[in-house]
Ligand binder design. Structure first.
Ligand code: PEP
Ligand code: MG
Length: 600
């Protein structure tokens, strides 16, 4: 069994059974052929005709994506279309044809490899996102020139299949045809990769960080993918398939059970209300958060407004979007996080010089404060939407007090300007700080004094505290918010907010995990913002525990000397209140420490 069982990181729960379809993001082999000098201009014309055809095809795909994923997500194709129109790039290919008498496909291949080498040598994770766009376009154009048909992934899929890839970009993930793709496996990435967060939100079972997946899972291999356990079982026996199907049926049954929780209040056994909000990355998650009873949006990511678009979004466009989200949650807050650009989020229209250490570089609030027009436009949009809905503003990656003070100044100035221009807008909105750096956590008492609320971004807080790249699959075991150092910071922030009389919440992925949600309640957080599909689960859990139980568990976890021990303590404590086998097989008690009351 063991060599058939592969282990990765379960990033989106659920079981899928089916054959694998390997997605190769490789350019096709292009034969080297020199054309007669008299044919050179014909090759250039062939190139231009192909670019036109591919552009038409991409536009058709964009329309299809609009139906499937929504208008905003479909704009991800803009970046690819833009590449086809890039004068430098296209001119460079034509030059290669003319100077070296190459075929159009060979010249296109050369130019693509040249640009790819250039981008790769920079080593920026930000450029990586655009690399996938470049490869995607090149594959389409070259296939077309070679009369090979297009490179659509799912056109070749005739039955529900499991996609295997070296890497999945958010762009590819958002385009997935859920009827044909029932599961995802990626060699790269972890739970906090944006593609993983997207897969979780869309509800496709997925495993990331599965090393050598492409080599170990050949095309058409039958597998059972368990996104909850993070396992892939190759060549399963009929009994194993039947067992997996039973488990999946049970999961669905449980999900139906959890749906009941949606209409019930989110209160602990001792009557403490733990507000559960949704994290919304893309517009189609608004409906999911609503359907799962979210009490507002605790983290409205805004990068999608830029990513994959050719131009920056206007103030009107943003104001309309923020109001739309606000209107979806009447009476509840919607926390708009200002652009978290840089790091792993590098949008096409926002070209910057590559940096050797982008995660320690010019990103998030630093970009916004240095680009006042970009920032002020977003602030104005928030103030305008706030005239009609309960909108809050939150700034990411804060490390210094003056970042909050300057933001407040900008907000006051923009509110004045809007008032003077007679434009309907709120005079101010609550201004919150994302605590996602050790600096902010240590300064939480002073940040709480000058802001209106704190919200802990545990994805980045863990990354920066433990010096572990959140997207590095090799270090996935080290990336844990249960490390004693992170737990201390979480406690520090909760206490600082309480002392200042300001609300504190957690909006990192951690809040979407049952054991961690239990811990966070115990540490004193009374607001959690979670991935929409996890809302019923977390609410169901909260309704079965008391704050006294959670506090005792959190105190014990804080005293643990390692993340593994802290997790053991939490499992053990939670098992007193909840049948853990219902939650997640990985949430089981360690062997030999199971309580008799458990049904495992
Ligand atoms: C975080 O860092 O925890 C967070 C919520 O922000 P993002 O994942 O968008 O960086
Ligand atoms: Mg963050």
């Amino acid at each position: 069994m063991s060599d058939r069982l592969l282990k990765g990181i379960g990033v989106s729960p659920g079981i899928a059974v089916g054959p694998t379809v390997v997605v190769r993001w490789a350019l096709p082999e292009v034969p080297h052929r020199v054309v007669p000098r008299t044919h050179v201009e014909k090759e250039v014309r062939r190139l231009r005709a192909a670019l036109k055809d591919v552009k038409r095809h991409l536009t058709e795909l964009q329309v299809r994506a609009e139906d499937r994923a929504g208008v905003d997500e479909a704009r991800i194709f803009d970046a690819q279309i833009l590449m086809l129109e890039d004068k430098d790039f296209v001119g460079g290919v034509a030059e290669l044809i003319r100077e070296n008498r190459l075929t159009a496909e060979k010249a296109f291949e050369f130019k693509t490899l040249e640009v790819r080498d250039l981008w790769t040598s920079v080593g920026s994770p930000l450029l990586k996102e655009r690399l996938a766009d470049l490869t995607g376009v090149a594959i389409r154009v070259i296939q077309h020139l070679m009369h090979r048909g297009d490179a659509e992934v799912w056109d070749s899929i005739s039955q529900p299949s499991i996609l295997v890839a070296r890497e999945l970009s958010p762009g590819l993930t958002v385009q997935l045809d859920r009827e044909h793709v029932v599961g995802l496996i990626s060699e790269e990435g972890t739970r906090t990769s944006h593609a993983a967060i997207l897969a979780h939100s869309i509800g496709i079972p997925a495993i990331f960080g599965l090393r050598d997946a492409v080599a170990r899972l050949p095309q058409g291999a039958m597998v059972i993918l368990d996104g909850t356990r993070g396992t892939v079982l190759r060549d399963p026996t009929p009994e194993e398939v039947a067992e997996a199907e039973r488990r999946e049926a049970r999961r669905h049954e449980l999900a139906a059970h959890l749906e009941e929780a949606v209409a019930q209040p989110s209160v602990t056994l001792d009557g403490v209300h733990v507000a559960l909000r949704g994290n919304v990355d893309l517009p189609d998650e608004i409906a999911a958060a609503q359907a799962h009873g979210a009490e507002g949006v605790g983290l409205l990511r805004t990068e999608f407004l830029i990513t994959g678009h050719s131009v920056l979004p206007s103030e009107d466009e943003q104001a309309v979007y923020f109001r739309r989200v606000g209107d979806a949650f009447p009476g509840y807050p919607v926390v708009v996080r200002t652009y978290d650009l840089g790091g792993d989020k590098f949008p096409a229209p926002f070209r910057t010089a590559p940096e050797p250490n982008p995660f320690l570089g010019w990103r998030a609030i630093r970009v916004c404060l240095d680009e006042p027009e970009l920032f002020r436009t977003q602030i104005r949009a928030v103030l305008r939407a706030a005239a009609h809905a309960n909108i809050h503003l939150m700034i990411p990656l804060v490390t210094r007090l003056d970042e909050v003070e300057r933001t407040r100044e900008y907000m006051n100035e923009e509110a004045d300007r809007l008032r003077q221009s007679g434009i309907e807008a709120a005079a101010t909105v609550p201004l919150g700080v994302m605590v996602e750096t050790p600096a902010a956590a240590v300064l939480a008492d002073r940040l709480a004094e000058i802001s209106d609320f704190l919200s802990v971004g545990t994805n980045d807080l863990t990354q920066y505290t433990l010096v572990v790249d959140r997207a590095n699959a090799r270090l996935a075991d080290r990336f844990t918010p249960h490390d004693p150092s992170v737990l201390r910071l979480l406690k520090l922030v909760a206490e600082a907010a309480r002392a200042a009389g300001k609300p504190a919440s957690v909006c990192g992925e951690m809040a979407s995990e049952p054991l961690s949600a239990f811990l966070l309640v115990g540490l004193g957080y009374e607001t959690l913002s979670v991935a929409p599909p996890a809302l019923p689960f977390i609410k169901w859990l909260i309704r079965q525990v008391s704050t006294a139980q959670a506090r005792a568990a959190a105190d014990a976890a804080l005293a643990a000397r390692s993340a593994a021990l802290a997790l053991d303590i939490l499992r053990f404590a939670l098992a007193e209140a909840v049948d853990l086998s219902l939650l997640d097989p990985d949430a089981r008690l360690p062997a030999g420490r199971r309580s008799g009351s458990l049904r495992l």
